[in-house]
Design a protein around this ligand. Structure first.
Ligand code: 13P
Ligand code: SF4
Length: 324
């Protein structure tokens, strides 16, 4: 006799403030199937903070920012890792778990930053700036990481830059992250001109309007936002740092200048905080759905693979970051 599939009903309590009942009924079948498949396949789901609440709160085993997902990817006890996030995150999980099956539910889940630079660009930069270390944001392909000295995320970029003990570094591909870090350190930073298509759309005028419409609102901005946006915000940090800020400071009203699902996910844990929700959708993150997570586990797709020669060098850059 096969065991009855786990019921999703108890999970609704977690998300009822952000998912209306009518929408919830369309999720339960996939949630129950995914919970059963995870047990069957000894699989874990790692989900980024930008995943929708039914993924983030109902099927994910580990959630967090890019840094937390990379760290946790190293320690998971599972045969299969499903990465509910974008492709570079799945590649990072594979780099750190070469023996495990790593699946991404939709191969089209890319990133405008990762698309903004190639390995060849980095080789040219090395010729142009001989001896200057290259700090590469994790939002890049494994090929780009393989050409780099060390990786960073938005959660550790300043510490990584300062750990190198040099006066000048190249930091790529996010121009705004590089400029925002440059404002916090004495290290000279040479930037690339990549941008996040989600965060580059926020403007200082948006913040002024929000403050006018919602007096007293705390404004939190991701460091992929332009520096003039970060300058007008009350706080800037990675997605995890923004979430921690809300938990620690418990502002009466808050706005997160970042991807849309972030507010929904953080709001679940903080019913006392009023979230004002202008946001920009990341079309890449939104390619991941319950339906394709289920198919990923049922059909073992899409397998994330990395050329072993690229992987060895890219892994070193990620491991150097994690050692800091
Ligand atoms: P975090 O590392 O802050 O989670 O950011 C990842 C990302 O893609 C933001 O756009
Ligand atoms: Fe890339 Fe921006 Fe989407 Fe993050 S939000 S995955 S940086 S496009």
């Amino acid at each position: 006799m096969t065991a009855a599939p786990p019921s999703a009903a108890y999970l609704y309590e977690r998300v009822r403030r952000v998912i209306p009942p009518i929408e919830w009924s369309s999720f339960t079948n996939d949630i129950e199937a995914i919970l059963a498949l995870k047990r069957e396949r000894k699989a874990v789901i790692l989900a980024h903070n930008y995943q929708t609440p039914e993924i983030f709160h109902c099927v994910a085993d580990i959630v967090g920012d890019s840094l937390a997902l990379a760290r946790n990817a190293m320690e998971v006890d599972a045969d299969v890792i499903v990465l509910a996030g974008v492709h570079f995150m799945a590649e990072t999980a594979k780099l750190l778990n070469p023996q495990k099956t790593v699946l991404i539910p939709d191969l089209g889940a890319g990133c405008s930053l990762a698309d903004s630079i190639t390995a060849e660009d980095i080789r040219l930069l090395r010729q142009r700036y001989p001896g200057v270390p290259i700090v590469t944001y994790v939002n890049t392909s494994a090929e780009v990481k393989a050409e780099s000295d060390i990786c960073c995320t938005s959660g550790n970029a300043k510490a990584v830059v300062e750990s190198l003990g040099v006066a000048r570094v190249i930091m790529l591909p996010d121009e705004y992250l590089a400029q925002n870090i440059a404002a916090q350190t004495d290290v000279e930073i040479i930037a690339w001109q990549g941008h996040c298509e989600v965060h580059e759309r926020f403007t200082p005028a948006d913040i002024r309007q929000l403050r006018e419409d919602h007096p007293g609102v705390s404004v939190l901005a991701h460091p992929e936002c332009p520096p003039e946006v970060v300058a007008e915000a009350d706080f800037s940090g990675s997605t995890a740092a923004m979430s921690d800020y809300v938990g620690r400071e418990k502002p009466a009203r808050v706005v997160l200048m970042t991807e849309c699902s972030m507010s929904d996910n953080v709001a679940v844990a903080h019913p006392e905080v009023d979230f004002i929700r202008p946001c920009n959708l990341c079309p890449h993150m939104k390619r991941i759905t319950l339906a394709n997570i289920r198919s990923a586990l049922e059909e073992n797709r899409h397998l994330v693979t990395i050329d072993p020669q690229v992987a060895d060098r890219a892994r070193q850059a990620v491991e150097r970051m994690l050692a800091i």
